[in-house]
Design a binder for this molecule. Structure first.
Ligand SMILES: [Zn+2]
Ligand SMILES: [Zn+2]
Length: 317
């Protein structure tokens, strides 16, 4: 008789714990939902061109190393001439600010997950879509940390797929093309690393050449967006840099980066999509990396609760 009572007691405790866990789970699901928007955007592509300094991109007098952005792309979309990384100007911190919408000083060797969820995690939680609907494809292996978060509510939950390898940008582009053609994710976060690697090698000619290559690959990605039915007329693309490089005369000049000099913080910004203006150059609206995530949240109709950035309302038609 005593054993039976004990059994009933333990059974009810287990049932109670089960109910509490189930209750919490349901609560989490309803916190993240998609709300209908008036926008046409169904997909987001973010392209990070690693470590190209503004003075060699849009800030160059003849824009000699970004011929595609200077002509065709600028006509299709928007350039903001006052765009910044106001956080730490190292690679992982710059990418983290752009993918989470929060500045955070990160270990730059890929030994630490961001403390905040990415826009991909917010979206995967809100839509309950499978992981393959969001991809991170990078030309630096250490950037695989962007796919997860150390936050207890998000760690190992709602993770995008990640393909992060040290490789040439042209090879990264081939992977992007395969994934866009066959997997057709809704969200894509891309890193091209050529300009940064050549800069650290202190090779000026190669640095410029790699900015030209990144510009041509950006144009190819835009061409994919415009030609694949899954993306055409329903995709918004953002392009920026994780950081610039020191101005000439500061520390080691273009070879390195990482402080708060104007060369390191001032970066390039291009965006285009069915809900944005075209052929617009913004000259007097200061914006920064952390503003991209809240803008994506508005376009796709999900809450980006922990971001500290602002929605870039001036981009919208
Ligand atoms: Zn970098
Ligand atoms: Zn600097």
């Amino acid at each position: 008789m005593y054993k039976r009572k004990l059994y009933l007691f333990y059974s009810s405790i287990i049932l109670l714990i089960g109910l509490v866990i189930y209750g919490c789970d349901t609560h989490l699901d309803t916190t993240f939902q998609i709300t209908p928007t008036p926008y046409k955007t169904k997909n987001i592509v973010v392209v990070m061109i690693d470590g190209a300094r503004y003075s060699e991109t849009w800030g160059h007098p003849e824009k000699a190393y970004i011929p595609n952005q200077a002509s065709k792309l600028a006509t299709k979309g928007i350039i903001n001439q006052e765009f910044y990384n106001f956080g730490n100007t190292q690679t992982i911190s710059g990418h983290t600010a752009t993918i989470t919408g929060v500045y955070e000083l990160m270990n730059n060797n890929g030994l630490q997950y961001p403390s905040y969820p990415s826009f991909m995690q917010y979206w995967l939680a809100a839509t309950q879509n499978p992981p393959e609907k969001a991809w991170i494809i990078t030309a630096k292996e250490k950037l695989s940390v962007l796919a997860n978060s150390s936050n207890v509510d998000w760690r190992n939950s709602f993770l995008p797929l990640v393909d992060a390898l040290d490789r040439l940008d042209v090879d990264t582009y081939q992977r992007i093309k395969e994934v866009m053609t066959h997997e057709q994710p809704n969200l894509l976060f891309i890193n091209l690393s050529g300009p940064d690697l050549a800069g650290h090698q202190n090779n000026w000619e190669s640095y410029l050449q790699n900015i030209l290559i990144a510009d041509s690959l950006l144009n190819k990605i835009v061409t994919l967006v415009d030609s694949l039915p899954h993306y055409r007329n329903q995709t918004t693309l953002f392009m920026t840099n994780d950081h610039g490089r020191h101005l000439d005369g500061i520390a080691s000049g273009f070879k390195d980066h990482g402080d708060l000099c104007h060369g390191c913080t001032h970066i390039n910004f291009f965006a285009y999509g069915p809900d944005f203006h075209s052929n617009l150059i913004i000259r007097n609206q200061l914006r920064e990396q952390i503003d991209i995530v809240p803008t994506i949240g508005v376009l796709l109709g999900f809450k980006t609760k922990q971001t500290t950035g602002n929605v870039m309302t001036e981009l919208f038609k």
